[in-house]
Design a protein around this ligand. Structure first.
Ligand SMILES: *Cc1c(COP(=O)(O)O)cnc(C)c1O
Length: 351
């Protein structure tokens, strides 16, 4: 607390990201990708002329937006980029959800959404998941400032089909529906094709997870021209150059290697299913996952104690100390070797 702070700063409860440990641990706590980015990214990094850093980058990030437009089959005016999808989300909250009405979101979802609500003074209407930990899309009626959810959802890992989301969009037409697809490349179904038909649909994505570039900080949004223009108005009132020229060059190199991208995500999906079976054999309840993590609980072992036991043996996972999630651990999918080590420790702890 400080008398120098603006009054509202005293009231903020900032988002707490997963720990980035200093010691060498098997790191399964922040859903990073265990595989390196595409080889072309390293080449582009080595060949990047340092002299380019003398100049400001392109404020419109035209080259990167064109590459994304090609990747997703949309017009360049339908693409927005930001310094991580967290930044894109923050700008979207300001651009679309400040209508003096509550924002509808699942009761359990990405915990940054309530933080942005607080930052912008937006009320939140939290809608219960169904009895299988799935988002109940029918609960969103659009009678608020908008709708936001992650698909697949975090940290529950369930994803809805494109047809389910189309059904929601036929009902909710007056406000923006924001679908956060941070994990869609691990077996989910993207809503991007629906952007052509629904001017109020905004889909966000990130290079952090499926493209192994969490350290680069790059996210994007796809939507109608009017939504993208709204985002640009807020962005240009905040920071003209959120994407540095190096990040842009490396992200374009990543988009050019479809083969590497597919190989990595297929490996993660295979490891996930193998891990699911082995955890189930140890007595864990493992929620079905279309993401690069699994949410698990054990009927006989306390999640907080398991977290500590794993940590003492060099493995870091995520434990959320909230009422709804206290019994669960969220475990990111690493390499097969890393998951073997995890299972070995669980065999010890769950005996
Ligand atoms: C990881 C994550 C993000 C943020 O990704 P960045 O692009 O790294 O900022 C957004 N939404 C969800 C649901 C995530 O899990």
């Amino acid at each position: 607390m400080s008398e120098f702070w603006s009054p509202a700063v005293h009231e903020l409860t900032p988002y707490v990201p997963g720990e980035q440990p200093r010691e060498r641990l098997i790191k399964l706590n922040t859903n990073e990708n265990p595989y390196p980015p595409a080889p072309g990214v390293e080449t582009a990094l080595r060949e990047f002329p340092a002299d380019h850093l003398r100049l400001y980058p392109d404020p419109e990030s035209r080259a990167l937006r064109e590459a994304l437009a090609r990747e997703f089959g949309v017009e360049v005016e339908q693409v927005f980029v930001g310094n991580g999808s967290d930044e894109v989300l923050a700008l979207a909250f300001q651009a679309f959800f400040c209508h003096g009405q509550p924002l509808q979101m699942p009761a359990i979802t990405y915990s940054f959404y309530p933080v942005y609500c607080q930052l912008y003074g937006i009320e939140r209407q939290a809608l219960a998941l169904d009895d299988q930990w799935r988002i109940d899309l029918d609960a969103f009626d659009g009678n608020g400032s908008g709708v936001i959810f992650a698909n697949p959802n975090a940290p529950t890992a369930h994803g809805h089909s494109q047809a389910d989301i189309a059904r929601l969009l036929r009902r909710v037409t007056e406000r923006v529906v924001l679908v956060d697809e941070a994990y869609v490349d691990f077996g989910g179904e993207s809503a991007i094709p629906l952007v052509a038909d629904y001017p109020n649909l905004l889909v966000t994505g990130t290079f952090s997870k499926s493209r192994s570039l969490a350290g680069l900080r790059l996210g994007y949004a796809l939507g109608s021209r009017e939504l993208i223009e709204g985002l640009e108005r807020v962005k240009d009132s905040f920071n003209s150059y959120p994407i540095d020229s190096l990040a842009s060059a490396l992200a374009i190199a990543s988009l050019e290697d479809r083969e590497h991208f597919d190989a990595c995500r297929e490996r993660i999906i295979t490891t996930r299913e193998r891990t699911r079976q082995r955890l189930a054999a140890l007595g864990f309840e493992v929620l079905p996952s279309q993401a690069n993590f699994v949410l698990v609980r054990h009927p006989e072992h306390d999640a907080a104690q398991l977290f500590v036991g794993l940590r003492e043996r060099g493995i870091l996972v995520r434990h959320f100390n909230t009422e709804a999630l206290r019994d669960f651990l969220r475990i990111s999918i690493g390499t097969d070797d890393e998951m073997d080590s995890l299972i070995e420790v669980f065999e010890l702890l769950c005996r």
